[in-house]
Design a protein. Sequence first.
Length: 83
Amino acid sequence: MFVRGRQRRRRELEHAGLERAVFLSADLRDANLSEADLRGATFEDANLRGTVLTGANVDGATLPDGERCSSREDFRRFGARIG
């Protein structure tokens, strides 16, 4: 899956299988990604403020600053909520 640009309405992607998805300049503000499979996903220049990642699998995901994440805690510095 490839997501680009601003999403006009809040997305509910709870339990979504987004493994290796690429979020390029995506506005994921306040999106619900709880329990989503985000292994290997790339969040390049994505807005994650308020994004809910409770229980999401983010192993190997690439953060907006280009670093590999090691846990959901890494997403906190971008404003995401993890639980």
